[in-house]
Design a protein around this ligand. Structure first.
Ligand code: GDP
Length: 296
């Protein structure tokens, strides 16, 4: 197990006693340690490079104040930059639209879309006092429709029936119509999973987006995906105007470097973190806390 970044840096700092500034000379070794820590946390290489360049710019020439050593000051800079990159403040679901507000769920198969749909329904019922309807537009895996029915019940939301013999667009439109007529505040649309990026399915979700005009298009991504998360995020960002990210399976072993990669590549705020398989295992994403985890 790798030692944490603060420990590693404090070892370097011993060689820097008496230096009151972070300089070109003493910063290189520290940047190398940060780079290693981020790569171990599975942050994608191009994202690491950009991040290191920004930290270097911030750090150079910084006066080290009070009792802080340059090493401690440097750790502070890295931590702040990491938290700022992953998102500042709390980004909750945007419902500022004429109801029903539509939320479109996008992501690879197995990322946690169906589970997150139900978790989000529960969150919106309990925290925002909304009347929520869910629907599955996944006509390729009949079990997906049943799975959504089961978890929607657990969430205490309503579920709109769909069938594997229907067209995804027709399902979504029927659900939207039902939501309008029954005064639902929110309609969450779960979509077909992809095992890998697939042009036909991408076209399908683009059509769903055009027809539904969702107020939120959430990209659901597995934190354990590490490096691969970048390619997935890129493909979804090119296909859809993403408004938020849900990072799932953060209860696993992953250091969660995917958060940094995905946020940078997808260009949307990380709104929620999935922290268990259970229906209440969804947390509003906390960038400050996550920065600590990524750094180890
Ligand atoms: P989908 O194919 O994208 O709809 O993915 P599912 O919602 O079916 O989830 C795939 C698997 O991941 C299921 O076994 C879920 O229970 C599990 N899962 C989803 N989110 C989380 C999470 O935050 N933590 C853990 N541990 N498991 C999760």
């Amino acid at each position: 197990m790798a030692s944490n970044l603060t420990d590693r840096l404090s070892r370097l700092v011993k060689t820097m006693r008496g230096q009151a500034r972070i300089t070109e000379d003493n910063v290189q070794d520290m940047l190398r340690e940060v780079r290693m820590a981020l790569l171990e946390a599975d942050v994608a290489l191009p994202v690491v490079r950009d991040f290191i360049a920004r930290v270097k710019e911030r750090a150079l020439g910084q006066e080290v104040v009070g009792s802080l050593s340059p090493g401690q000051a440097f750790v502070g800079i890295v931590h702040r930059e990491l938290a700022a990159t992953m998102g500042a403040g709390v980004a909750d679901i945007n419902l500022a639209t004429q109801p029903p507000a539509v939320i479109l769920m996008a992501g690879l198969q197995g990322a946690g879309k169906t589970t997150t749909t139900a978790k989000l329904a529960k969150h919106l019922i309990e925290r925002r006092k909304k009347k929520v309807l869910t629907v599955s537009a996944d006509v390729y895996r009949p079990a997906a429709i049943d799975q959504l029915k089961v978890v929607t019940r657990q969430a205490g939301a309503e579920w709109f029936p769909s069938s594997a013999s229907d067209q995804p667009l027709a399902i979504a439109q029927a659900a939207l119509d039902h939501a309008r007529r029954h005064y639902h505040d929110v309609l969450i649309v779960d979509t077909a999973g992809r095992l890998a990026i697939d042009e036909k399915l991408m076209a399908e979700i683009r059509d769903l987006h055009a027809a539904l005009k969702p107020v939120e298009t959430l990209f659901v991504v597995d934190a354990m995906q590490g490096q691969d998360a970048v390619n997935t995020a890129k493909a979804f960002r090119e296909a859809l105007p993403l408004t938020g990210i849900v990072l799932t399976k953060l209860d696993g072993d992953a250091r969660g470097g995917a958060a940094l990669s995905v946020k940078t590549i997808a260009g949307a705020p990380i709104k929620f973190a999935g922290v268990s398989e259970k229906i209440d295992g969804l947390e509003v994403f906390d960038a400050e806390r996550h920065a600590g985890r990524v750094l180890g």
